[in-house]
Design a binder for this molecule. Structure first.
Ligand SMILES: [Cu+2]
Length: 147
């Protein structure tokens, strides 16, 4: 028992230190539950850049849809339209929220119907050559576009 305690005391400061040093952290990842007839869905999360330099999200990949794109929503001809974008910029020491009616990850061509017991692995690639694999649970998300 004494050995175990010593080990814990030794490891925990290192663990905390490494947690704080993460360049990019992801919070509240989720994929919108859609009716089984719907071929596409959106994914949302908060992405924090904990570095003093701008970082760009340049790619998202998954194997549960045919294609994955980064999207924004623009107001055009009095309509809300989704548009593919090259990247999502996360400014230095900032958090960007991907949310309904705004920036999001678009999963196009779902291979199987989604259920709320699913969690999908999504790989994010950033322009600093970092890859992060995010476990994204499928959730019911209201269509309401909050500001
Ligand atoms: Cu979209």
């Amino acid at each position: 028992m004494k050995k175990i305690l010593t080990l814990i005391v030794f490891i925990s400061p290192l663990f905390l230190y490494s947690q704080q040093k993460e360049d990019i952290t992801i919070q509240e990842p989720m994929i919108r539950l859609v009716p089984s007839a719907s071929p596409n869905t959106g994914g949302f999360m908060k992405i924090s850049n904990n570095t003093p330099k701008e970082i760009k999200l340049i790619k998202a990949e998954s194997d549960f849809s045919q294609t994955v794109e980064l999207h924004n929503v623009v107001f055009e001809n009095a309509k809300m339209m989704m548009r593919p974008i090259e990247s999502i910029v996360i400014p230095a020491n900032s958090t960007v929220e991907l949310r309904p009616g705004s920036l999001h990850i678009m999963f196009i061509g779902l291979k199987n119907p989604l259920t709320t017991s699913d969690t999908k692995k999504v790989t994010l690639t950033f322009d600093n050559n970092k890859n992060i694999v995010v476990d994204m649970p499928v959730k019911e998300i209201s269509m309401q576009m909050k500001k």
